[in-house]
Design a protein around this ligand. Structure first.
Ligand code: BTN
Length: 247
């Protein structure tokens, strides 16, 4: 069974994802479950080539190594499994999170966390290797949140509770184990029920943006891999990447 190793904390890194991907490719064999966290990232990266900006010492920015033998077709739903774990964790704080496909964590329509999973090709290995990075707003304050280019919130802003980052991270890692296990055994099917419960309702009129292209239609649920089904005039479109918004 997959386990997280004790967290390797750094004061400052460019990006915990970049750090672990480089270490995996160039360094000695890093075991599955290796976790690296940074109190500050100066070149944090988000999905769709966006930057991930977060003030030093306020929020969680960490990554871990997933390196296991498993079916290739399960891989795309990894971030969705992690989003379920984070959503459950936030419920433990009395919050009501939603997951915006594919893996944005929102509370009351405001972003509280995000996930960036990146495949790493390891030569001479038939294992699936992924660096999974998570940013979670723990102690983000209102003044800083107001400067972010999209509505953002944090555990502090929602609950009034200030979290001690290493403690919050240890608790979060514990919450990630069960959905990771379910996903690693059955792919998206293993987490579908939870993911749907946290997700937007099928039938909702939405718009999907992928790079420069936009598509509008109705939310039609997810296919067997966790890809979004968009109901459009005369049929369905399967979306493997992008961002959704209300139409
Ligand atoms: C998103 O765009 O929502 C995904 C954000 C992922 C950010 C995390 S912070 C830790 C890890 N290191 C990075 O550079 N990015 C991820």
């Amino acid at each position: 069974m997959f386990e997280f190793l004790p967290v390797d904390w750094h004061d400052s890194l460019a990006s915990t994802n970049t750090y672990l991907a480089t270490a995996l490719k160039e360094g000695p064999e890093l075991p599955s479950g290796t976790v690296v966290a940074a109190r500050e990232q100066h070149a944090g990266r988000g999905r769709q080539h966006r930057p991930w900006l977060t003030p030093p010492n306020q929020n969680l920015t960490f990554s871990f190594v997933w390196r296991e033998t498993m079916p290739e077709q399960f891989v795309p739903a990894m971030a969705q499994a992690l989003s379920v774990g984070i959503a459950r964790f936030l419920q433990g704080y009395g919050l009501t999170p939603t997951i915006k496909w594919p893996n944005d964590l929102l509370v009351d329509g405001k972003k509280i966390g995000g996930i960036l999973c990146e495949r790493v090709n390891l030569s001479n290995s038939n294992q699936v290797a992924v660096v999974a990075g998570i940013g979670l707003n723990v102690n983000l304050d209102a003044a800083t949140a107001a400067k972010i280019d999209q509505p953002a919130t944090s555990i502090l802003l929602e609950t009034g509770h200030t979290g001690e980052l290493p403690t919050v991270l240890d608790e979060l890692l514990e919450a990630l184990v069960a959905p990771l296990h379910a996903w690693s055994q059955r792919g998206f099917a293993g987490i579908r029920a939870d993911y749907e419960a946290f997700g937007w309702k099928p039938g909702t009129a939405i718009r999907v943006r992928d790079g420069e292209s936009y598509l509008s239609g109705n939310h039609g649920g997810y296919n067997e891999d966790g890809a979004l089904v968009l109901k459009v005039d005369g049929g369905e479109k399967i979306c493997y990447s992008g961002d959704i918004g209300l139409a």
